[in-house]
Design a protein around this ligand. Structure first.
Ligand SMILES: [Zn+2]
Ligand SMILES: [Zn+2]
Length: 701
């Protein structure tokens, strides 16, 4: 603490912390400055401080203090990548010295190849290890800020910046002083923050209001809620940053133009990052010379996309964790249309690494895939990819093909091709988003030290969802956005075990009604009203709860009572509206005991059941048996016992009975014929408590 400063009027000695991963050129920087500087410098390199061997931070500190005492300025030549690593050195400013930072933010690939060369090992293994070390370090990197205690920070992103910084320090005489402040920083953090803010402003302006423009007033109002929305949602497993690693789609075997593909990747990443909370997107390629990686990287940096959440990575997509040190829980596969192993490239590698489990799990979801579509496949916990690499889901994606020797050749039609590639990335990122949202809603109840088993949640869902099958590719979800939905739910053989994308579509609408303006009839902070995409009666609406954690009736607790009441009264309001148009309509409001679609939703359904979508016993029984829980009863139960009773799915297998007279019928057509003409009274239990909503004269018919 008793460093002798000869003259406090004079410029101070400087401690310069070099900040950068191995291979970023820290030592070279110091050497270049010291070679031509007129100021006495000492370079303190943790790698060699111990008689040429690596030493400790404490040794560095001690040597720094000693050098300062000798009147030297000091370079701290160690990675210094996070705040904590830097803090001890910044405290040296207490010794009346200035503490500066020089940040060497060179591309990771540059650092990796340099550190490989330096060790003289060109082999794959060494390369892989170097990549692992560098990438690992970069993941936990925190850029320095003036408020840590630096008086000056210089950022270098390329060789020219480095040269400039070297000159700045070389020319610094013993009496000179550099201006304070932060220099050369690309404003990526701030800008992406702004981008997020803008996005949330848009989100908060929900459709259904008379105007689409964001008025100043609503904008101000929205600002109040912004903080809570912008701050990362409380992800259940706080220690997991959801990360999707994906190869460039269509640019390898399908020979898609790299420039166009890189534009689309960046555009789609930019679009999805704000929706993904803290989750990350990583474009992966095997080779350091990858053109697609460098093109994407350059474009992303030009657009100031947050490089901590969207970046490129060189490595084997099936060994990112074990060899690259990159933790990803989801990987994308550039699949073939048959969703079969083989063919080479990423597809072959992923199927091989995942073992036969992946093929079986894929088969359970889909047999084929169309260009532009994706299918999310939870990886069985027995798969080596899950055990060794921590991967819980594989998302198969099929991109457009520009290779005349492959199926679905687009004959160089890039209008179609780009549209299809955009769709492919949209499907892929939406699939990833559904995983992120799905898992973020499950609070981690178990021992936090235990490895989070995310597949558990999926299995859990699959149990619930088994009875209702949905299409498993993303077709429906994306159709939904374009407003054209075909009923593929009953197409038979393609059965889903997890929440299908249709099943997830409700969730997506509830979370982002603004993206589904064409289907949303009404929305507020708490609810969204849409038409059921497969109405089972003349009038059939869904009132969706917008609350994240409510998948279905089983999740409902007393604290949700107010929400249930609002859903109920919104339902009543729509009944009123419909009955004003047609007073013969009779309605019930209720919930399915076990929902076929994720996100708590109240069915508002007229009791005519005149619909071609009503095709089977399950459809019928889900609305006419005790499986359908009347909203009035649910409200009463939640109020009195804190949760709602739910009926077993077994009742769906019961006989087909008329919803009025309860007569049994052998099949759906006969039942429908009967129901059309049956004018019996409704069963006794429905005639009380306003379970049946009819204009007064209608029930006595
Ligand atoms: Zn339902
Ligand atoms: Zn009847």
């Amino acid at each position: 603490m008793d460093v002798q400063i000869e003259d406090s009027e004079k410029a101070k000695q400087i401690v310069v912390l070099l900040i950068g991963p191995p291979g970023s050129g820290k030592s070279t920087f110091c050497d270049s400055v010291m070679r031509s500087s007129h100021r006495p410098w000492s370079r303190i390199c943790q790698d060699i401080i111990n008689n040429g061997k690596a030493g400790s931070k404490a040794q560095c500190l001690k040597m720094a203090i000693d050098s300062l005492k000798e009147g030297k300025s000091v370079f701290i030549d160690r990675c210094n990548l996070d705040r904590e690593q830097r803090s001890e050195f910044i405290k040296l400013s207490g010794l009346e010295v200035e503490v500066h930072a020089v940040v060497l933010e060179l591309p990771a690939q540059v650092c990796i190849s340099r550190s490989v060369k330096r060790t003289g090992h060109e082999g794959n293994l060494q390369g892989g290890r170097a990549a692992a070390v560098v990438n690992k370090m970069l993941q936990s990197k925190e850029l320095p800020k003036l408020n840590e205690g630096f008086s000056r920070i210089m950022f270098c992103y390329n060789d020219a910046d480095v040269e400039n910084a070297v000159n700045t320090y070389s020319m610094l005489g013993p009496m000179d002083k550099l201006p304070s402040g932060c220099f050369g920083q690309k404003n990526s953090d701030t800008k992406s923050q702004l981008g997020i803010m803008k996005f949330f402003k848009k989100v908060n302006t929900l459709p259904g209001s008379s105007s689409n423009e964001t008025t100043e007033a609503t904008r101000k109002a929205n600002e109040k809620t912004e903080n809570s929305r912008v701050s990362p949602t409380k992800h259940g497993s706080a220690d997991i940053v959801h990360t999707l690693a994906f190869p460039s789609i269509s640019t390898a075997d399908f020979q898609f133009d790299l420039e166009k593909a890189s534009d689309i990747i960046v555009e789609k990443a930019e679009e999805f990052l704000p929706k993904l909370g803290t989750a990350r997107l990583v474009l992966v390629d095997l080779s350091h010379g990858s053109k697609i990686l460098s093109a994407v990287k350059a474009k992303a940096s030009r657009k100031n996309i947050d490089s901590a959440r969207f970046f490129t990575f060189v490595g084997d997509i099936t060994k990112l964790h074990s060899e690259g040190g990159l933790q990803c829980n989801v990987i994308a596969n550039a699949a073939n249309w048959r969703l079969k192993p083989g063919g080479g490239g990423v597809n072959a590698a992923i199927f091989k690494a995942a073992g036969p489990d992946l093929e079986a799990a894929t088969r359970a979801r889909a047999n084929t895939l169309l260009p532009g579509k994706a299918v999310v496949v939870p990886l069985p916990s027995t798969s080596p990819l899950q055990n060794a690499e921590g991967i819980t889901h594989v998302i198969h994606v099929l991109g457009p093909n520009m290779n005349p020797n492959r199926p679905n050749y687009l004959n160089n039609d890039y209008t179609k091709g780009c549209k299809s590639l955009r769709e492919a990335y949209t499907s892929l990122f939406e699939g990833f988003l559904s995983i992120v949202q799905d898992q973020s809603k499950f609070p981690k109840r178990s021992n936090p030290a235990a490895v989070p088993d995310s597949s558990e949640n999926i299995e859990d869902d699959s149990e619930r969802n088994k009875k209702f099958k949905g299409p498993q590719d993303m077709a429906v979800a994306s159709n939904l956005e374009s407003g054209s939905v075909e009923d593929t739910r009953d197409s038979g053989k393609k059965m889903s075990k997890g929440w299908s994308s249709w099943a997830l579509a409700l969730h997506s609408i509830a979370m982002h009604p603004e993206k589904h303006e064409n289907v949303v009839l009404e929305s507020s902070d708490d609810i969204v009203v849409i038409n059921d995409q497969y109405p089972k009666a003349r009038k059939h609406l869904l009132v969706l709860a917008r609350q994240q954690s409510l998948d279905g009736l089983e999740d409902v607790r007393r604290e949700n009572l107010q929400l249930l009441q609002e859903m109920h009264s919104v339902g009543l309001k729509w009944v009123e509206k419909f009955q004003n148009e047609d007073s013969s309509l009779i309605f019930r409001l209720g919930y399915h005991s076990v929902p076929s679609m994720r996100q708590l939703h109240l069915h508002v359904i007229s009791q005519d059941f005149e619909s071609d979508n009503l095709k089977n016993k399950k459809h019928w029984n889900s609305f006419t048996s005790s499986f359908f829980r009347d909203s009035v009863d649910v409200l009463e139960e939640v109020k009195s016992q804190g949760k709602a009773n739910v009926e077993s799915e077994d009742v769906l297998k019961g006989e087909l009975r008329c919803n009025r007279c309860r007569s049994a019928h052998p099949n759906i057509p006969k039942l429908k014929t009967h129901v059309r003409s049956c004018r019996s009274q409704f069963p006794e239990h429905l005639l009380h408590n306003n379970l049946l909503l009819a204009r007064p004269e209608r029930l006595d018919e």
